[in-house]
Design a protein around this ligand. Structure first.
Ligand code: PRP
Ligand code: URA
Length: 209
């Protein structure tokens, strides 16, 4: 599928299986989401440009690579996208953070915005939007539109599970936004939930059900 990367690393797949299990505790679910966030961050930043700089080791001088180019903004979609944040910030501690507060109306599945706060220089940065679930993609497309409205020009989307319907919508409306996911699941059910999925990510993360 063009513009979609499935991260099939065995550690990611193993941890995802543990997360899907209905009896996984809130603590375990949150910890696994954090760990997978770190691993997905490694993948989504794989092609970041580097440049050579001169350093001195205890033995000699050398030209060594450091990150070059745009700085990063991590943009979690509240609530569940926050589950990736700490893991990603461990790897990229200097990243800025944009919070995008959206909830999905349970009847219409339309994304409703309740909070938005982002750095002012989005146009100069690579923006990585995070949300464990890409279901109808109403939330993801609303977040991407809002970030573009505020100047973002280079956006990537990272999730844990994606439904084929959600991928088609996000790629259809924003073909410039590439997607990284740990799994493309079978389908959406009549309530807009991903099947087989893992249930409601926010509720499982925060124990609110
Ligand atoms: C969940 C999930 C995504 C959204 C995905 O959030 O975290 O943001 O649903 O569904 P979609 O692709 O059909 O838009 P929810 O609206 O349940 O809010 P929460 O994270 O606050 O629980
Ligand atoms: N949001 C979730 O948390 N889970 C789904 O399966 C779909 C949307």
């Amino acid at each position: 599928m063009q513009g979609v990367f499935v991260v099939d690393h065995p550690l990611v797949q193993h941890k995802l299986t543990l997360m899907r299990e209905v009896d996984r505790s809130t603590k375990g679910f949150r910890q696994l989401l954090n760990e997978i966030g770190m691993l997905l961050c490694y993948e989504v930043t794989r092609d970041l440009p580097t440049e050579l700089t001169e350093i001195e080791t205890p033995l000699c001088k050398m030209q060594a690579p450091i990150l070059a180019g745009k700085k990063l903004v991590l943009a979690p979609i509240l609530r569940a996208g926050v589950g990736f944040l700490d893991g990603m910030l461990e790897l990229v501690p200097s990243a800025r953070v944009a919070h995008v507060g959206l909830y999905r109306d349970p009847a219409t599945l339309v994304a409703v915005e309740y909070y938005f706060k982002a750095p002012h220089d989005l146009h100069d940065r690579l923006v990585i939007v995070t949300d464990p679930m890409l279901a109808t993609a109403n939330s993801a497309t609303a977040a991407v539109e809002r970030l573009k409205e505020r100047g973002a020009k280079d956006i990537r989307f990272v999730c844990l599970l994606a439904a084929p319907e959600g991928i088609a919508k996000l790629r259809g409306e924003h073909p410039d936004v590439t997607i990284w996911t740990a799994s493309i699941d079978e389908r959406l059910n009549e309530h807009g939930y991903i099947v087989p999925g893992l249930g409601d990510a926010g509720d499982r993360m925060y124990g609110t059900r």
